[in-house]
Design a protein around this ligand. Sequence first.
Ligand code: ARG
Length: 456
Amino acid sequence: MSLWGGRFAEETDRLMREFSSSIQIDSKMWAVDLKVSTAHTRMLAAQGILSAADGEKIVAGLEEIGAEIASGKWKFNPEAEDIHGEIEGRLFEKIGDAAKRMHTARSRNDQVVTDTRLYLKEHVEVLIDGIKELQQDLLLHAESHRETLLPGMTHLQHAQPVSLAHHLLAYFWMFQRDSARLQESLPRILSLPLGAAALAGTGFPLDRQRVARDLQFLEVAPNSLDAVSDRDFVIEFLANASICMMHLSRLCEELILWSAPEFAFIELGDAVTTGSSIMPQKKNPDAAELIRGRVGRVYGALMGSLTMMKALPLSYNRDMQEDKVHLFSGLETVTASVKLMSLMFKNIQWKTDNMAQALRGDFSNATDLADDLVEKGKTFREAHHIVGQLVQWCIKNGKILEDLSVEDLKAGGDPAFDKISAAKLAHKTVMAARRSEGGTSPEAVQLQLEKAKKVL
Ligand code: ARG
């Protein structure tokens, strides 16, 4: 039985039925739909809108349907209009006429968005847990690499040495903000639309606060038109997910580069790499590439949902059925990507000798030489120029900064250089010198690690 057939004399065209059906997408929400219907029914019964007997029958029937779906005993008709109608139809088969009272003082418009909010809340919590686990993985590696040298880059050119711990912790903080954004969005997700009915509220004496408490929403949506017709919580989630994917993609890019033989800073384990069907020697960082590639899905979902909502008049429009296509695509992609990234960090081997080797002769200790001249009385601009010329001198003479003798420093650079200057050139010393709060020295990183553990 359709939910709305009375007004119609003829059948809906098959093409229209197929185009309009959303059950393939919204059947994911069966469990929250049962919870929402149960809370609604209990409230109706408590308010005397339904008889206690009908209320009990409905609640028991919904519970049975939940068990049937979970065990696979009952399967939805894949051609049905949506999950909400399917469940109501099944309830009628089980308990008869009482089922027809469940939809009192409710519309699919407030039902569907209540389901979506509840579903999103449950899955945002799972995503936050996934991000926490990834942060834990990063912390674990950072703890054992406070002294491991890595070329710090700008423009993908060697800039100044940093520790591997410092580099990994940079991502820790990105993910910390991602998880904070998701956490902060929860109160906006948990605003209860149910009770808005189709758009204008209802004449039945509802207790919306009770339903909110029952479903653990934090407030009752204050305007019925807004309640049924806004989807900003979907857009906000997809924006947050997009930012998180952007962060993941940067980390992916580095893992891909670092796996290349030209870097050879890491080897990803067999569990997260794949081979080639033709080249027997290959071991490819596909996991990182796949995540990087899937960023497009999430950005696409964000753009899709923004576009879907643009210029829609109040209140509900069927366009909005598309919200779940975008939401679920973004949600599943970001959640799986975070998990896979975490798995990569459980299957990573650091080639720390290659990192150190890459630093040799890279001039990433030049800033320290300029700083040394400043300490000896030069202005920074003068010092910068002198060291720039010294680098040129080294390149011309086939020398590298860390091997220069005091005589070399004087000849190619400035007479003011001395033993103290030469002693500053080891990359380890360069890294250790950056003791400012938030800097890369092992002591500063230790403080950062402690801060990171505290926020986690
Ligand atoms: N499947 C629909 C959706 O997700 C349910 C709402 C239908 N409401 C309507 N007025 N046709 O949006």
